[in-house]
Design a protein around this ligand. Structure first.
Ligand SMILES: Nc1ncnc2c1ncn2[C@@H]1O[C@H](COP(=O)(O)OP(=O)(O)O)[C@@H](O)[C@H]1O
Ligand SMILES: O=C(O)c1ccc[n+]([C@@H]2O[C@H](COP(=O)([O-])O)[C@@H](O)[C@H]2O)c1
Length: 202
C-alpha cells in the first residue's frame, strides 16, 4: 500500500486540531500524531530572558520521541493503526482505490522547524490567523499549564514570528490556509486537496 503523510501546521489556536479531527474521521486508514503529546514535563522547561517558561520553543518538545513515533508508523502503518485503535480496511477490498493507501496526519505548531522531519511530508499545510484573533482564541483556552499573565505578547507571539521566519527559510512547499474561514470551509478545502493529491499518487 501507498503511504501518504500530511502535515497540519500553524500558529496556536489556528484550528489545527479541529480540522485534523474531522479529517481523520473521513479519510481511510488514517492515523494521527499530535505534536502537543511530546511536550517535556514542566520541570524540564527552562525560564528565558523574557521571564517566561519557554514552552513555545522547539527544545520544549521531545522531538526525537516524535520522530521515532513517525518512523514507527512508516515502518508498519498497519500495526501502528491497530495499536492506536484505527480500523484498517481489508486488503482484499481492492475495488476501491482509496483503500490501497495508508495516511498519517501530523498536527502541531512547530511542524516545519525540525530538520529530521522536514522531508517526510507528502503534503504540507499551514493554518494562519491574525494577531488579534489568535490572542482572543488563546485567552479562552486552558492548557495543562495555564498561561501566566502577559505570556501571549511576551513569549507566544514573538516565538511564533521567529519560527515562522525560520520555517519560510527552509523553502518547503507549504500550502497556507486562512484560519479565519469557517470550520466547514477549511475542512472542505483541505479534504478536496487531499483527494486530488491521492488521485495523483494512486
Ligand atoms: N475555522 C474556525 N473559525 C472559528 N473558530 C475556530 C475555527 N477552528 C477552530 N476554532 C476554535 O478555535 C479554538 C482553537 O481551535 P483548535 O482546533 O484547538 O486550534 P489549534 O489546534 O490550532 O490550537 C477552539 O475554540 C475552536 O473551536
Ligand atoms: O500541552 C501542554 O502541556 C502545554 C503546556 C504549556 C503550554 N502549551 C502551549 O501549547 C501551544 C501549542 O499547542 P496549540 O494546540 O495551541 O497549537 C503552545 O503555544 C504552548 O504555549 C501546551
Amino acid at each position: 500500500r501507498m503511504k501518504f503523510i500530511i502535515g497540519i501546521g500553524g500558529v496556536t489556536n489556528a484550528g489545527k486540531t479541529t480540522l485534523t479531527e474531522r479529517l481523520i474521521k473521513n479519510l481511510p486508514n488514517c492515523c494521527v500524531i499530535h505534536q502537543d503529546d511530546f511536550f517535556k514535563p514542566q520541570d524540564q522547561i527552562e525560564f528565558g530572558e523574557d521571564g517566561f517558561k519557554q514552552w513555545d520553543v522547539i527544545t520544549s518538545l521531545d522531538m526525537d520521541a516524535m520522530v521515532n513515533t513517525v518512523k514507527g508508523w512508516m515502518e508498519n502503518p498497519e500495526k501502528f493503526a491497530r495499536s492506536h485503535g484505527v480500523t484498517v480496511s481489508p486488503k482484499s477490498d481492492s475495488s476501491d482505490p482509496e483503500h490501497k493507501i495508508h495516511i498519517l496526519i501530523i498536527e502541531g505548531f512547530l511542524l516545519y522547524n525540525y530538520k529530521p522531519l522536514l522531508d517526510v511530508y507528502s503534503k504540507c499545510y499551514y493554518v494562519t490567523i491574525p494577531y488579534g484573533e489568535c490572542k482572543r482564541r488563546r485567552s479562552m483556552r486552558t492548557y495543562t499549564v495555564p498561561d501566566p499573565p502577559g505570556l501571549f505578547d511576551g513569549h507566544v507571539w514573538p516565538m511564533y514570528l521567529k519560527y515562522r521566519q525560520e520555517m519560510e527559510n527552509n523553502r518547503l512547499d507549504i500550502q497556507y490556509l486562512d484560519g479565519m474561514r469557517t470550520k466547514d470551509d477549511l475542512y472542505n478545502q483541505v479534504y478536496k486537496g487531499i483527494q486530488n493529491s491521492l488521485l495523483n499518487v494512486l
